[in-house]
Design a protein around this ligand. Structure first.
Ligand SMILES: [Zn+2]
Length: 142
């Protein structure tokens, strides 16, 4: 979704005083060496996951609170666009940068808005047919 890839790097040397401490990057380098023990560490990128041919999204789930020791996200927050009832395309964002529920919900709202922005102002010369509207997920409203 963005040119720059946010993410974290962390040291997995358990004798290092920076063991499993997350370092945040707005633009993640391709590799991470621990600045304390100089051993190569691990990186975790922020990423979005969705079905390839999905066009309309009614829900964004954000996985956050990344645990470097287990390599998993411990929490999830979700927002849903209620105008798009009947559609069930979900976009998942996994972000090691997001630590709190408030941050996750804010990110989910922004992502959902951006994903569906093109629905707000469709480029059309003629009035859309009912079939076109239904195809875009407006089945409940038309
Ligand atoms: Zn280290």
């Amino acid at each position: 979704m963005v040119g720059k890839r946010r993410g974290v790097g962390f040291c997995m040397n358990d004798r290092c005083e920076q063991f499993a401490e997350l370092r945040y990057y707005a633009d993640l380098p391709s590799s991470f060496d621990c600045p304390t023990c100089f051993l190569p560490g691990v990186i975790e990128r922020e990423r979005g996951i969705c079905r390839k041919d999905a066009t309309v999204f009614d829900e964004v789930r954000v996985d956050y609170d990344f645990d470097p020791l287990r390599g998993i996200y411990q929490q999830r927050a979700a927002v849903r666009d209620k105008r798009l009832l009947g559609r069930r395309e979900v976009y998942r964002l996994q972000s090691p940068v997001i630590r709190t529920r408030a941050q996750a919900l804010r990110a989910a709202r922004v992502v959902l808005q951006n994903l569906n922005r093109r629905l707000e102002r469709p480029k059309r010369r003629r009035q859309p047919t009912r079939d076109q509207l239904v195809g875009e997920g407006w089945s409940v409203l038309v």
